[in-house]
Design a protein around this ligand. Structure first.
Ligand code: WT7
Length: 632
């Protein structure tokens, strides 16, 4: 498809056009898609409401843009390559025409099982092509999917089901992850004890282990599709109809459902994919994320499929059965674009160069990074040893809320600068502000990253709570979308993301609200109060450090620490389990009762050289006790 930028000067031209005439710019790009009815207006917006509408009153179906629009040219081309967890099991290759038929068939099954336009469907599945088929089928019938990462606990799953009042769960019996076999269906069963809105559960058979099937509620995937037709008339959806909800953590305790709508998300996930990765017709593209995160939505499923790309989906983990698995897969399928997270790079870097030796990695043309700031050491290792010094490295900054990549080099076009996300994509208008909201113009400035103009895939609301959307993103600096990240514009005008400036920590590229972890810790009956902070962690980027005031009557510290970690694992999931728990006699508090987290961060980081001003503390003596308790 057109609108692929090819040179740096073209990038600057397109960028200027997108700022000067945004409606014309996006209108022209949108014309490449298939619409059932054209739009009346490209964009109406205000960031006060907030209210953003793209391609107003247009009608379309996103999946027609993957299938009907492209099938005449792509029919037999491989859409999805699936590599199983166990390399001895056979891979799967699904062509565009097969994927179309499977999507239609499952769309019919969803409808037969009672799903209608607008219904919410939870997808809690392993990394199998059926997870993508489930998403596409929802999009085809106009149901709103909400994928929940299959590593989340039953409590976290139940919270999400209840928040969006979902009618159906799509899941599997189990999930092969490395040497483990995770009992997925059992987690769903537990979650459903705490919900009353789910009418049906469709279970995909993956591991063939025994599961309990509740009569009248639970049905097998292979049985419900059996007699369904492989064609389906796509629902006609409004441009602003909900495409999906994806839950993400914030600085308050409860995860929020970020809402993305149909047309804008379609246009932007495709545009950004095409330009950042510079995908060419016969390339094989691989993003290692899980479909449970936004990266999997936009850059395993929607963006690549809208481009007609071959997208690789990997069920397993980077180190199973050996630390060269990623590179083995790159060589096996001759992967051309490879997109992963800094935490994976650092973890593999720790194994040294030996696991790389059997592999040529010759096919690679572009390598990418996402999820957290990539430190310079990891950047160079990735660039030198994986990209062999010849592949452009795209460090892509974006968020669940942005729907697509916002700031990134365009592969082979934007000059690479280590650890810099670099320049905004066309249509993206970043602005750096100080604490008071004053714009910091020019180069060599550092401040908070905001965006001052809407782009097609900006979140529209947080599900069921528009006020929260306004407060979280549009209130800190009125008239601007606030990202929660700090940023530096260097002397060349290139942007470098510095990390979160709010109470959100980034653990292995996963966003975790400190309040959310605290809430989980506080569920332990012996915990009186807790405070959670992030600290630098060699592999994870940030680790989770929890301080807890406990009733010590019947337990030893060691017992309590283990129990607290386990409580968090049960309530949220393994990804939120604290790396360190310190039992403390008290927490440093200001006279207004606020915990002085700055101090807790310093102790967690093992950096107590300069504790700053502690004179406003209600209990200054606690600082020394905490330092001592940490063994410093
Ligand atoms: C937060 C968003 C977007 C997909 C994965 C995470 C951090 C993301 C980068 C990057 C520096 C990054 C930010 C952002 N982040 N990519 N290339 N450089 N920081 O999505 O869970 O919504 O988290 O991840 O802090 O705000 P998410």
């Amino acid at each position: 498809m057109s609108h692929k930028i090819k040179t740096l000067s073209e990038y600057f031209q397109e960028y200027q056009k997108s700022i000067d005439q945004p409606e014309q710019f996006w209108g022209q790009i949108a014309e490449n898609f298939r619409w059932k009815k054209p739009w009346d207006k490209v964009l109406s917006w205000d960031f006060e409401g907030p209210s953003v509408k793209w391609f107003e009153n247009a009608k379309l179906n996103l999946t027609e843009n993957i299938f009907e629009r492209q099938l005449p040219n792509l029919g037999e081309k491989t859409a999805i390559i699936w590599e199983p967890n166990d390399p001895k099991e056979a891979e799967r290759r699904i062509s565009y025409s097969e994927l179309y038929e499977l999507t239609c068939q499952f769309s019919n099954a969803l409808e037969s099982q009672g799903i209608q336009k607008g219904d919410r469907v939870i997808i809690y599945m392993p990394m199998v092509p059926e997870a993508a088929i489930a998403m596409l089928a929802c999009a085809r019938v106009g149901a709103v999917h909400s994928v929940v990462f299959a590593g989340f606990s039953s409590t976290a799953l139940a919270d999400r089901i209840n928040d969006c009042q979902a009618k159906m769960v799509l899941t599997s019996d189990g999930n092969f992850r490395g040497a483990k076999n995770i009992a997925v269906k059992a987690v769903v069963d537990e979650a459903l004890e705490r919900t009353d809105c789910i009418e049906k559960v469709i279970v995909y058979q993956r591991t063939k282990e025994e599961v309990t099937m509740k009569a009248g509620r639970d049905v097998w995937w292979h049985e419900v599709i059996e007699n369904e037709s492989r064609s389906h008339a796509a629902a006609s959806l409004d441009a602003e109809d909900l495409l999906f909800i994806l839950y993400t953590s914030g600085s308050t305790g409860k995860p929020k459902g970020v809402v993305h709508t149909t047309a804008g998300y379609m246009v932007y996930s495709h545009y950004s994919f095409s330009n950042v990765f510079q995908y060419n017709q016969d390339d094989v593209y691989w993003c290692t994320a899980d479909v449970g995160w936004i990266t999997g939505h936009s850059y395993i499923v929607y963006g690549p499929l809208l481009e007609g790309a071959t997208t690789l989906m990997f069920e397993g983990v980077p180190t199973y059965p050996h630390a060269g698995r990623f590179w083995e897969i790159v060589d096996k399928y001759k992967v051309n674009q490879f997109y992963t997270a800094p935490t994976a790079i650092r973890a593999l870097q720790a194994y040294g160069l030996e696991p790389l030796e059997p592999y040529s990695l010759d096919s690679l043309k572009v390598i990418g990074s996402v999820g957290e700031p990539i430190n310079e050491e990891a950047w160079h290792w990735y660039h030198d040893h994986i990209g062999k010094g010849k592949c452009p490295l795209v460090d892509t900054w974006w968020q669940t809320e942005t729907g697509g990549i916002m700031i990134s080099p365009l592969a082979g076009i934007t000059p690479n600068k280590p650890a810099h996300a670099s320049l905004p994509l066309p249509g993206i208008q970043p602005i750096i502000v100080d604490a008071e909201g004053e714009e910091l113009k020019g180069n060599n400035v550092e401040g908070n990253l905001c965006i001052k103009f809407p782009w097609p895939s900006i979140l529209r609301t947080t599900y069921g709570d528009h006020k929260r959307c306004k407060e979280t993103y549009f209130s800190a600096y009125p008239g601007l979308y606030f990202t929660g990240d700090g940023v530096k514009r260097d002397h060349d005008g290139y942007l470098r993301i510095l990390g979160r400036v709010d109470d959100v920590i980034n653990v292995s590229g996963h966003r975790m609200g400190t309040a959310e972890v605290e809430n989980a810790i506080n569920e332990h009956p012996k915990v009186i109060e807790s405070a959670v902070v992030g600290y630098p962690h060699d592999i994870k980027g940030q680790g989770i450090y929890a301080y807890a005031i406990c009733d010590m009557e019947d337990n030893t510290q060691e017992e309590l620490i283990l129990q607290i970690k386990d409580t968090v694992r049960k309530i949220i999931g393994p990804i939120a389990k604290p790396d360190a728990v310190q039992i403390v006699p008290g927490l440093p508090k200001t006279r207004s009762g606020k915990i002085m987290r700055r101090i807790l961060r310093k102790v967690a980081s093992r950096d107590i050289s300069n504790m700053g001003d502690t004179s406003t503390l209600l209990n200054p003596e606690i600082v020394d006790q905490i330092i001592k308790g940490a063994g410093l």
